[in-house]
Design a protein around this ligand. Structure first.
Ligand SMILES: Cc1cc2nc3c(=O)[nH]c(=O)nc-3n(C[C@H](O)[C@H](O)[C@H](O)COP(=O)(O)OP(=O)(O)OC[C@H]3O[C@@H](n4cnc5c(N)ncnc54)[C@H](O)[C@@H]3O)c2cc1C
Ligand code: SF4
Length: 338
């Protein structure tokens, strides 16, 4: 039995005051990740500061024509919110591809951004893991690494970020608002999650005493030509082997704007702006999509069990781009796909 304290924050200022006073405390929202980690002895916070009742549960339009999403909005409420379904359907799709309905009913936006890797060794305290215990080693590199990363890895860690929501947020170029004892700041999604380098214990650039208050989406939502394609071992309730979120804008038969990001392949949602730039001004064809996919995977590295992901990712990118270009966001088994 490991004892810990529990308290509920009354408002954002109170949450920040409480965490500043207890540096080894952690915020808890839906608890769907943190409680599991505590049960498995991976996380041992001295105190839980419950933020689940804070008034951060609204989805509002911003003056610039975008959307502000409170950090406590539940994943299911966000997925089915009319503004999200109409203007940011890729985000709605990505959220619905994650976990199960029951988990999505509990999971919050802030918690989803901060959820930890599902690398099996991270959860098994009998094995070495640099993320759980810095400088202890990485059991995954020579172990069972089928779910692990192929891009942006380091000698210290080959874990992947497991979020579906964050892959769509990367394409939408969301911005995350945080507040802490040193005040408020905004972190672009591209800089939110970190690559493992030699500090894999740090998943994000949020400080331990900072609270996520909201996520802002710019106006561009790619509501016509989009897709979120998730390849996994089961059709539902499974983490991505590879996933791809795509947003395209077409001008006749020319790609005007192209953005895509991958999940399940790296320590953060993976974008390659060079590959996106290569698509602009080109026809939306099998050839151009395959060339872009090849560029993304050029520096990919497999570790044995997960080497299959390199070709899988290449084909998933090409197929997702092709689905988005046809404005058929879901796979259609009766059509020829790449
Ligand atoms: C069986 C299972 C299957 C799953 N499958 C998927 C899947 O397929 N795809 C997917 O994307 N996800 C999946 N998930 C993960 C799920 O989406 C996350 O557990 C959930 O999003 C976490 O949200 P939460 O509010 O419950 O976070 P919590 O568990 O409460 O917290 C998680 C972390 O976030 C921190 N935190 C929470 N809120 C804030 C805040 N406002 N500011 C700063 N830090 C904060 C906490 O301190 C903690 O470190 C799965 C989970 C389970 C258990
Ligand atoms: S890949 Fe990362 S999380 Fe997994 S065992 Fe290695 S250090 Fe730990």
């Amino acid at each position: 039995m490991i004892n810990f304290q529990y308290s509920r924050a009354n408002d954002v200022a109170d949450a920040v005051r409480q965490i500043a006073a207890s540096p080894s405390a952690k915020f808890i929202a839906g608890g769907t990740n943190l409680v599991d980690l505590m049960k498995m002895d991976v996380e041992r916070p001295a105190k839980l500061i419950d933020v689940s009742k804070l008034q951060l549960d609204k989805v509002e339009e911003t003056a610039s024509g975008g959307l502000r999403i409170g950090a406590l909005v539940r994943n299911s409420d966000l997925a089915y919110h009319p503004l999200v379904q109409r203007r940011y359907p890729m985000l709605s799709s990505a959220l619905q591809a994650g976990a199960s309905q029951q988990l999505r009913n509990m999971a919050s936006v802030g918690g989803n951004l901060m959820q930890r890797t599902r690398c099996a060794y991270f959860y098994d305290i009998a094995t070495p893991c640099n993320k759980r215990e810095p400088r202890s080693g990485c059991a995954a590199i020579a172990g069972h690494n089928r779910m692990n990363a192929i891009l942006g890895t380091s000698d210290a860690c080959i874990a992947v970020n497991p979020s579906d929501m964050c892959v769509a947020l990367a394409v939408l170029e969301a911005r995350v608002n945080v507040t802490g004892p040193r005040g408020e700041r905004t972190i672009g999604l591209a800089d939110f999650h970190r690559l493992p380098g030699d500090t894999p214990q740090r998943d994000t650039n949020v400080e331990a005493d900072e609270l996520i208050t909201s996520v802002e989406l710019p106006p561009r939502g790619f509501e016509r030509n989009y897709t979120y394609l998730k390849i996994r071992d089961r059709l539902s309730y499974a983490f991505a082997l590879v996933s791809v979120a795509v947003g395209l804008e077409l001008d006749g038969n020319t790609v005007k704007e192209a953005r895509f990001a991958l999940g399940g392949v790296a320590h953060k949602p993976w974008r390659n702006t060079q590959a996106e730039a290569q698509l602009r001004g080109q026809p939306p064809s099998e050839t151009t999509f395959t060339q872009a996919a090849n560029l993304v995977l050029r520096d990919a590295k497999g570790f044995g069990h997960n080497a299959f992901k390199i070709d899988l990712a290449r084909r998933t990118i090409a197929r997702a781009l092709s689905q988005a270009a046809r404005a058929t966001p879901q796979s259609q088994s009766n059509k020829k796909i790449l």
